[in-house]
Design a protein around this ligand. Structure first.
Ligand code: PRX
Length: 658
């Protein structure tokens, strides 16, 4: 990216999208969010939402303290997340309402969990954890698939006041242990195995490998899911059924711990621009108020809504919008364990037909996958219950947006393209479905009270139409409170570029109507199928293989996954690449990080293009990966790519000298 003069824009953008979709008069009239929502002041807005939406054990005294870059919200308040998500709904007489329709991947494996059931399950689980010595402040790790016990475990932790970290089940044992060590977790909750596309995911075996190098973890609770064989280490591992034996499910036997508004709720690890993932800190009150409020207005949730967020609970979307927002609002939700194509490509649409959700929230990569399979799978089923569709995780291309509305939403439903991050905790840029005129590909407007802008390199607002860096200039309740154990990195990553201004790391453009268009990451972070992976994480995984001398990684555009990973690898001792080495390297990255981070292309090259000071020319690698036809599948040494690398490397180094 070139430096710009004052007033200039920092990123070139060319996309022009003319299609417009205004809300229907009927939707407008009944919508939770009415146009005056944008006129409310920050104080008025969050004061009202916090008091109406959340139950407090002790009222808060001050809305916000902003000592950049640290914010505190709802100061002095006492509350409990589990109480808000579960107990109070039962106390108000809604115990019979379904909290989750759960659908396992094997067909006919279903459970219907009411709020009263959920309360019993959570109380028993919390009592079980207490028996093991878990108390307020104990750090707990959770490594599970999409089974009901996952939200139960998270809620049980919040009931006791034990901060937790959920590690996505697709991560390897090594990734799990890195996170458990960073957080000094004392207990791990996992399951024997998970189901994925008919295969068994060996969660406990991965956890065993992780615990070998996680000295702080003293106990491991294992939930039985598949019944497959697992090793149980005596004195360390126990079955959840043993832990739960004889525990009470009476809420009075395990009251909800009153927590301070700013007490740590959870850490969620996410990729940054170094090899070490960042433990993003979310605290109690601001987070809960932020997610519950956005959920209510953006998805237009009604008391009788059936809401399906089809993300994985292991990522922030699942934390905020499958567990905390949806339960705090007392909504009925759907949780599905498996993949959309098991046993066939219409599995999702069968689920829609069965449970009749009015809201569906998913990722562009999944929409593109359905698009590739063809509309006939959705057409076989009755999807007429759907009223609002949502997307999240990466920029959505207008064609996928329009396909989603047409084939899933019968050309009738609004599609809300919601922009946010692990760090923001809640959705920040989004349409409001009864107000906003939608433009396919645009996340449209900042949520009420969110002060988003696009800056150039000089920190000035870029005029309409120009591209630049997305920033947020005012705190919001669910914002991250730091990076666990690393305040310096927190300050440098997010707050050092411009004073008191949150640097997002995404490029964006604002058009003449004030609508935001997200342009992807501006740093060395890739977005593969909505999963954030840093180039350096994959590079260090590659060089940890004994045959690799050097590696550089770049993202290239991919029609389906958004970005795909291309690795340029130099082997030790001048060795040439081979198909078996290629396979080995992909497996190695799978083992170190997780399968989803395995490069889709590996280019073996005798050397990597470098500056005279020895820095790898990443931009050049990016260009090469973008512009060369590397194909859909893994390519071995592509002589034209390697020659191009060498030629352009020399050219650039020459320019640097002159
Ligand atoms: O680049 C943006 C992209 O995903 C990043 C955040 O990733 P993560 O923390 O894993 O959270 C994903 C789910 C909230 C952002 O910096 N991103 C997310 N939503 C959108 C998006 N890019 C464009 N449009 C979106 N709607």
């Amino acid at each position: 990216m070139k430096a710009t003069k004052a007033g200039e824009h920092a990123i070139e953008t060319m996309q022009v999208e003319e299609r417009r979709y205004a809300p229907s008069p009927e939707f407008r009239k009944q919508a939770n969010a009415q146009p005056d929502i944008y006129n409310r002041s920050l104080d008025d807005f969050w004061t009202k939402e916090a008091n109406e939406r959340i139950s407090w054990f002790e009222p808060w005294k001050q809305l916000l303290e902003w000592k950049p870059p640290y914010a505190k919200w709802f100061i002095g308040g006492k509350l409990n997340v589990c109480f808000n998500c579960v107990d109070r709904h039962v106390e108000k007489g809604h115990g019979g309402k379904v909290a989750y329709f759960w659908e396992g991947e094997p067909e006919n494996d279903r459970r219907q969990i009411t709020f009263a059931d959920l309360l019993q399950d959570v109380v028993r689980f919390a009592n079980g954890l207490k028996k093991l010595g878990v108390k307020k402040g104990t750090h707990v790790a959770i490594y599970m698939g999409m089974i009901p016990e996952l939200p139960v475990a998270m809620l049980a932790c919040t009931r006791i006041g034990a901060p937790f970290t959920v590690v996505f089940g697709g991560f390897s044992g090594e990734s799990l242990s890195g996170r458990m060590n960073d957080m000094s977790c004392e207990l791990l909750i996992t399951q024997d195995e998970g189901w994925r596309r008919g295969n068994r995911v060996p969660l406990k075996a991965n956890a065993d490998a992780a615990m070998e190098s996680s000295p702080t973890v003293m106990q491991c609770v294992v939930i039985k899911r598949t019944g497959g064989d697992v090793q149980m280490k005596q004195g360390r591992d126990l079955w959840a059924s043993e832990m739960l034996a004889g525990t009470s499910d009476d809420p009075k036997s395990c009251p909800c711990e009153p927590m301070d508004s700013e007490d740590l709720l959870y850490l969620l690890y996410t990729s940054g621009t170094t090899a070490k993932p960042k433990g993003i800190i979310h605290t109690t009150a601001g987070y809960l108020v932020g997610v519950a409020t956005t959920h209510h207005y953006i998805f237009d949730v009604k008391p009788d809504s059936v809401y399906w967020c089809a993300a994985d609970i292991g990522w922030v979307t699942g934390h905020s919008y499958i567990v905390f927002a949806h339960l705090a609002n007392g909504t009925t939700g759907i949780v599905y364990e498996g993949t959309p194509d098991f046993p066939d490509k219409d599995r999702w649409w069968k689920i829609v037909e069965r449970y009749k959700p009015d809201i569906l929230y998913t990722a562009p990569t999944t929409i593109r996958t359905h698009m590739k399979w063809g509309p006939e799978f959705a057409a076989k089923h009755d999807l007429s219950s759907l009223r609002v569709l949502g997307t999240v995780g990466e920029p959505i291309n207008p064609e996928a947006w329009v396909w989603y509305r047409e084939h899933i939403g019968a050309n009738r439903t609004p599609v809300v393209d919601t922009w946010w991050q692990t760090e923001t905790g809640m959705i920040l840029i989004t349409p409001l479905p009864g107000i906003t005129t939608l433009k396919p590909g645009s996340a449209t407007k900042p949520f009420p009270t969110i002060d988003a802008a696009v800056y150039n390199n000089a920190g000035e607002t870029v005029p309409p139409g120009g591209g630049g860096y997305l920033v947020i200039r005012q705190p919001w309740p669910a914002m991250l409170r730091g990076i666990f154990g690393d305040p310096k990195r927190y300050e440098e990553t997010y707050w050092s570029r411009w004073k008191n201004t949150y640097f997002v790391g995404d490029g964006a453009r604002i058009d003449e109507d004030g609508d935001f268009w997200l342009l992807g990451r501006v740093d060395d972070v890739m977005n593969v199928s909505g999963h954030r992976i840093s180039t350096i994480e994959v590079e260090s995984a590659l060089v940890s293989h004994p045959a690799v001398a050097e590696a550089a990684v770049a993202g290239r555009n991919d029609a389906q996954t958004g970005q795909a990973i291309v690795a340029f690898v130099t082997l030790k001792g001048g060795k040439e690449g081979s198909p078996s080495m290629l396979k080995e390297l992909r497996e190695h990255v799978g083992k170190v990080i997780g399968k989803f981070a395995a490069p889709s292309n590996v280019v073996f090259t005798p050397e990597l293009p470098k500056t005279r000071s020895g820095k790898i020319m990443r931009r050049l690698l990016r260009d090469v990966s973008e512009n060369r036809p590397l194909g859909d599948t893994t390519t071995l040494a592509d002589p034209t790519v390697v020659a191009e690398l060498a030629r352009r490397g020399k050219e650039e180094a020459g320019k640097e000298e002159s």
